[in-house]
Design a binder for this molecule. Structure first.
Ligand code: BES
Ligand code: ZN
Length: 648
């Protein structure tokens, strides 16, 4: 591995000191010492940037949203430093129209936009007079995004709940920020940011940053501007923007929710425990370092369940179940405020450091707020989904440390990072004891706050601070096997939940012994037990059909599955229905696929339909032709590869 060390330490230390000052008077604890220490860069195969020569420290955006043209246009001012003698900086851009690049005095700078590589976009190389030691400069790029920018989804009023105002939102992870912000788009190059966003006065802009103008400012006829700043340095995939008719409801002292006015009450009722989650999280692993924790509940086309944008988690409306049963997703995105946003995977090959730690931490929050029984249920569901994932992937993709050279990270980032990563950490916890593990993990977040982390640095940290040089413990942990070998090492332990015993018994009685659906004690079960029931599969199911049409009809009727309001349960039922070519569920399927665009639901269902040949393919083709224009580019990018792009 090439490791490159930044020499311009003094410039970096200066920046950090300035960053620390600007937080004074705000609601955030000061940056820890680790944030000012020099950073070494690991080669990121998904960025053209060469930060060891010149790097971005701060992004200042001044952008206007044009909903008719579907563009953001304006300027990105970048504060940069360079090695003494450096005469160029390389940025990542994709589908951006660059108008010009200027220095701080407004004089034009030479620039070259290089050739595009698939999914990486192009290098934007900007030339300037040689850097002096310790120097900082500002360069300004005038540009516009394109309507097809993969990070952005522009919604018509009809695609929103209110139906009156258009909507725009961004999704940066993994390498999409470069489709709307020209910067060094690598998770190892942390940047502070500020922004001024101009939009029609009938909508409101929110960002993953401190809101400086809650009411907006006049910005010409019919327009308003909103200003933001984030003084904690973040990887660029965490720069995020939402614009729409959104209202706000407080949840607690430092927590709240934004969403469209007609959904606000339901959202606020679903998230009453968020403030408690923040408190429990802090109790576990140290101070929440971002000031506020708010949620933005997006329109139903949001392609993910949640996205951990700092200070403002973006979430799918499909987690609003009406009974708070899916709030572990909030615990997950909140946990990223430590694992991911504070200590960040240096490259996408180390993605498990973000997601595996986060699933572990998420479950600890769930345990602290809802008790160990609920937490165990979620672990068992995670274990089951891990088994399915391991069975479906090529062995090489079941390692924690990934090899993503030449691949789109969007395709290479799987459930393995999440669930195998979390079970790895639980294995360590079991071997060393919870107390020792927790104190190590808290220290890990403090020591490495605001810094990129590699798998190798993680191993060094845990060996230095937790496991020491104890060869017996090393052998018991099998850390290298967990990280570098496919599948699960021999010390992996399946979690057990006693709450699932009656569920499994009922499942055997119905699925295997073909007992009546009326014997299923459905109404006495919580959502996790119901999920367990609907995802239960007989050991030897000998082909896909383990249920008769009569059984499916009975199940659907008795459990009310055609009218199920919980998105996870509807999804689990539809997976069973499609695998059996169960025609009566097609209207439910149609409604589900046409009213939300979460890739985790949409992609498996289209994939399952496609696998059902002459039955499923015509359904898939018909539904995709209707649904595609409402989906986000991230979702269509995946489904196109299965169903193809509809004609006409
Ligand atoms: N950071 C991820 C979402 C993500 C991962 C976006 C990789 C782009 C590339 C987020 O924290 C996440 O994991 N969301 C999950 C929900 C979570 C509860 C497992 C999702 O969206 O389903
Ligand atoms: Zn996550």
């Amino acid at each position: 591995m090439t490791r490159l060390t930044l020499a311009a330490v003094s410039a970096l230390a200066l920046a950090a000191a300035v960053g620390g000052c600007t937080t004074a008077g705000s609601d955030m604890p000061p940056l820890p010492a680790s944030a000012t220490a020099p950073v070494s860069y690991v080669r990121d195969v998904h960025s053209y940037a060469r930060p060891e020569i010149a790097r971005v420290h701060h992004v200042d955006l001044d952008l206007a949203a044009d909903f008719a043209a579907r563009t953001l246009s304006g300027q990105a001012h970048l504060d940069i430093s360079g090695e003494p003698g450096a005469t160029e900086i390389v940025l990542d851009v994709r589908d951006l129209d660059i108008r010009d690049v200027r220095d701080a005095a407004g004089a034009p700078l030479q620039y070259v936009v290089g050739d595009a590589r698939e999914f990486l976009g192009r290098p934007l190389t900007i030339r300037f007079p040689a850097f002096a030691p310790g120097e900082r400069r500002r360069i300004s790029i005038a540009y516009s995004t394109r309507p097809e920018a993969a990070a952005l989804q522009w919604l018509t009023p009809q695609q929103t709940a209110g139906g009156q105002q258009p909507y725009l939102f961004s999704q940066g992870q993994a390498i999409l920020t470069r489709t709307w912000v020209p910067t060094q788009d690598s998770p190892g190059i942390r940047q502070t940011y500020s922004a001024r966003i101009t939009a029609p006065e009938t909508v409101k802009a929110v960002m993953s940053a401190e809101m400086l103008t809650p009411e907006g400012e006049p910005a010409g006829p019919g327009m308003k501007a909103w200003r933001f700043r984030l003084t904690n340095p973040v990887p660029p995939y965490l720069i995020a923007l939402g614009i729409g008719d959104v209202a706000f409801a407080p949840l607690g002292r430092r927590t709240g929710v934004y969403t469209e006015p007609s959904r606000l009450q339901a959202a606020a009722a679903e998230f009453t425990e968020v403030e408690a989650m923040v408190e429990k999280a802090e109790g576990l692993y140290g101070p929440y370092r971002w000031g506020r924790y708010d949620l933005l509940v997006l329109p139903p086309s949001f392609p993910f369940g949640g996205m951990e944008n700092p200070r403002l988690t973006f979430a799918t409306p499909t987690i609003i179940a009406g009974d708070r049963s899916l709030v572990s997703l909030v615990a997950h995105e909140l946990a990223h405020s430590w694992s991911g946003n504070l200590v960040t995977n240096a490259t996408w090959a180390d993605f498990w450091l973000n997601e595996g730690f986060t699933v572990y931490f998420e479950n600890r929050i769930m345990e602290a707020v809802y008790g160990p029984e609920r937490a165990m249920q979620e672990q068992v569901l995670g274990w089951q989904s891990l088994q399915d994932t391991l069975a479906s992937l090529p062995a090489a993709d079941t390692r924690l440390k990934l090899e993503l050279e030449g691949r789109d990270p969007d395709e290479g980032l799987t459930d393995v990072a999440y669930e195998k990563g979390a079970f790895f950490l639980r294995t360590i916890e079991r071997e060393v004891g919870r107390e020792a593990f927790d104190s190590w993990l808290r220290g890990y977040f403090d020591r490495n706050a605001f810094r990129p982390m590699t798998t190798e640095l993680f191993l060094a940290d845990i060996r230095q601070h937790l496991t020491g040089n104890d060869p017996t413990l090393e052998a018991a942990l099998q850390m290298d096997a967990w990280i570098y070998q496919p599948g699960l090492p021999s010390n992996a332990q399946a979690p057990v939940s006693s709450a699932f015993e009656p569920v499994d018994a009922a499942a055997r009685a119905f699925y295997v012994a073909r007992g009546p659906a009326s014997a299923i004690p459905w109404s006495g079960w919580n959502t996790q037990q119901r999920q367990r029931f609907l995802t239960w599969r007989p050991e030897s199911r000998g082909g896909a059909d383990w249920l008769t049409t009569a059984q499916l009809a009975e199940l659907e009727r008795t459990l009310g599955l055609a009218d199920e309001g919980n998105s996870e349960l509807t999804f689990a039922w539809l997976e069973v229905a499609v695998a059996h070519r169960y025609q009566p569920a097609v209207p439910t399927l149609e409604r589900f696929l046409l009213t939300q665009g979460r890739r985790k639901f949409v992609l498996p269902l289209f994939t399952a339909l496609w696998a059902e040949g002459d039955w499923g393919r015509p359904i898939a083709t018909r539904l995709y032709a209707q649904a595609r224009s409402g989906y986000h580019p991230i979702t269509t990018g995946s489904v196109d590869a299965i169903v193809g792009v509809p004609r006409g």
